[in-house]
Design a protein. Structure first.
Length: 647
């Protein structure tokens, strides 16, 4: 509650004022009996704090006569003093005296029937001129009597100081006095002045204090006229008007109409959980009994269930609690509402409290990383995991990574191959994944001899390998197709093929890769050629050699240096190579498919078609040397990239 002094004339700024502000509760409420902070803020008329002003706190049960001194202090730089006092449940009347004999004293009464008490007192020191007419307003507001007949008061004070060097005689009369308003005159020491008229010493001060105690609700006004006279034609008229408002506090306010009971996250899978919470209904702050009734319970009692019943009658300053259990069935957000009806029969008043129930069922959710479109509506998915290409006799490793995107619960997934083909293996059969975390199955393929050549050397190598990896508990059983290609990155090596008539015809086979191919005797050459390539003539001086190729060949590029002949440069079309030249190595277009005699030229690159039982691979060769030994052995040496797979 706030009492403001409203000046009615420009000269009113010359008067001293007291502003009493205190934030009180309804008199129908009962405060706890515990220590409370009472803050007194002293400031000037510009709301600037005043430091070093004495403030005394007295027992106020004797009205305007100070009782026992309870505490005293001096305002700090912020203009404040802080007192602590135990407030009984029936309230406590206190009297505060602010100022000293030099500044004059102001008295403020306060009934500490308040939870937080703050008194803000503008304390101004200005002289009152010796002549003039002044009007001033004091505003008061207090509760009218409650049902038990208890009354409540408010007070406001003004301090006046004469600027006259002569003594003044002051008389005062109240025009049309009203019940509930009392006017008191105090001297500079805060003592009541009973004489009328009274004598004000030269440059003396006095204060006027209005005390309002409403007998009923409504607005009331009275005016007191002060007339001061003295030597040298001193003549002052001061009209002090008091406005009193009696506030009807005999009412019980409804409690807060909405309360949210949030259960947060509760796990539904793989281990179902429930959570019980209590919601505190509002305290009955009235001095009459409140009746509480369940107007509406939860609509979905399978998810939200009441675990307590309401106490029908709640006495003053009591409250009750309602227990609710949350039992989510699915991973989603649930909402429901409970409505409590409160009735104050003596006031014929009804209030409603809505309790909004909210909670979320949660659990682990499985997602394959990187998480792109792997979950159709059926909850099952098929994903391809391509391992790095593997060379024969080497291995390749890949990962199937899973993320738990759920908000709670540990995701446990198991994974294994269903009768895995040779070469495939997995590290670890189970993963425990906390929310937001990622863990991976490590899939390995070992290109062992029996895996690449299941039918033995000399037979076609198995290039593509596939296996189905099953992930359990990731949206059902999910399938991941794991694929790997063997030897798609060819091995670079060199080989010499001899033409030595004395010992018959020998040729060279590109397969198997183990040992980088093999030499073999070709007795039926050229009509029944067994080897992929056979040399039948060497022309060293011309840098040429006559050869027979069994399954097919075609020229790719001439004048290729050793530094240019490597899979990395060729496949990436750099260092003199084009992408078209690289792709033409495995392109069937342009191959000569009959085993006729042809000529290979030094530093030229050729593609050799290698066929085994209907399976076709390609060897890419570069002629690096054409020479003849002193003992008559002629040879052509080639750089080989094998196998080259059609992409």
């Amino acid at each position: 509650m706030q009492r403001i002094i409203h000046p009615l004339t420009p000269l009113a700024a010359l008067l001293f004022a007291a502003l009493f502000f205190v934030s009180c509760q309804s008199p129908t409420e009962t405060p706890p009996a515990e220590q409370r902070a009472v803050t007194v803020q002293v400031q000037n008329d510009r709301t600037e704090p005043l430091a070093l002003v004495p403030v005394e706190m007295y027992d106020g049960t004797r009205g305007e006569i100070p009782g026992a001194l309870l505490d005293r202090a001096v305002t700090d730089q912020s203009g404040r003093v802080l007192f602590r006092h135990t407030i009984p449940t029936t309230g406590a009347n206190m009297l505060f005296v602010v100022g000293d004999e030099n500044t004059g004293k102001i008295r403020v009464s306060a009934n500490l029937l308040c939870r937080d008490t703050v008194l803000v007192i503008p304390f101004v020191s200005q002289d009152l001129p010796c002549t003039g007419i002044f009007n001033q307003l004091l505003s008061l507001k207090a509760c009218s009597p409650n049902r038990s007949g208890a009354t409540f008061s408010d007070s406001s004070s003004m301090l006046f100081r004469s600027s006259c060097v002569e003594a003044l005689s002051i008389s005062y009369t109240t025009a049309t006095p009203i019940p509930g308003v009392r006017m008191i005159v105090l001297d500079k020491d805060g003592r009541e002045v009973t004489d009328n008229p009274f004598l004000l010493p030269p440059r003396g001060s006095f204060s006027v204090r209005a005390i309002g105690t409403p007998g009923d609700s409504g607005s009331f006004t009275q005016t007191t006229i002060f007339h001061a006279t003295g030597p040298n034609n001193a003549d002052i008229t001061l009209n002090v008007r008091v406005d009193l408002i009696g506030d009807n506090c005999n009412k019980c306010d409804c409690p807060k109409d909405t309360t949210i009971l949030n259960f947060g996250l509760v796990q539904v899978a793989p281990e179902k959980q429930t959570k019980v919470q209590q919601v505190a209904l509002a305290v009955n702050t009235c001095q009459i009994t409140r009746r509480d009734v369940l107007e509406k319970g939860p609509s979905n009692t399978v998810v939200f269930a009441l675990r307590s019943t309401l106490i029908p009658e709640i006495r003053p300053q009591e409250r009750q609690f309602l227990s609710v259990e949350f039992m989510p069935k699915e991973q989603r957000v649930y909402r429901d509402t409970i409505i409590i009806r409160h009735t104050y029969q003596e006031e014929n008043k009804t209030c409603l409290t809505r309790i909004i129930l909210t909670g979320e069922g949660c659990g682990p959710i499985c997602q394959v990383e990187p998480g792109d479109s792997l979950f159709p509506a059926s909850g099952r998915y098929t994903h391809r995991l391509g391992l790095e290409r593997a060379r024969a006799y080497e291995g390749s490793i890949g990962e199937i990574c899973l993320r738990n995107t759920g908000k709670c619960g540990t995701l446990r997934v198991t994974g294994a191959f269903d009768n895995p083909p040779p070469g495939f293996s997995v590290a670890g059969g189970a993963l425990d994944i906390t929310p937001g975390s990622v863990r991976c199955f490590s899939i390995r393929f070992d290109a062992r001899d029996e895996v690449v050549w299941p039918n033995g050397h000399g037979q076609p190598a198995r290039i593509d390998h596939n296996a189905e990896f099953l992930v359990n508990s990731c949206n059902g059983i999910s399938r991941v197709n794991v694929t790997v290609r063997v030897d798609t990155i060819p091995i670079l090596f060199s080989r010499c093929v001899y033409q030595w008539n004395q010992n018959g015809m020998y040729g060279y086979n590109f397969t198997p890769v183990e040992g980088k191919g093999e030499d073999r005797y070709d007795p039926g050459f050229p009509n029944t050629q067994l080897s992929d390539i056979v040399v039948d003539s060497v022309m060293v001086a011309l840098g040429q050699a006559g050869v027979h190729v069994k399954s097919g060949w075609k020229p790719i590029k001439s004048g290729v240096t050793e530094a240019q002949f490597n899979f990395d440069d060729m496949s990436k079309a750099r260092n003199g190579w084009t992408r078209a030249q690289y792709l033409s190595i495995t392109d069937e277009t342009g191959f000569t498919l009959t085993p006729v005699n042809t000529t290979f030229v030094l530093r030229s690159v050729y593609s050799i078609r290698v066929e085994r039982g209907g399976v076709v691979t390609y060897a890419c060769i570069r002629v690096r040397e054409i020479s003849e030994d002193g003992d008559g052995k002629r040879k052509i040496c080639i750089d080989v990239l094998y196998p080259m797979i059609n992409e």
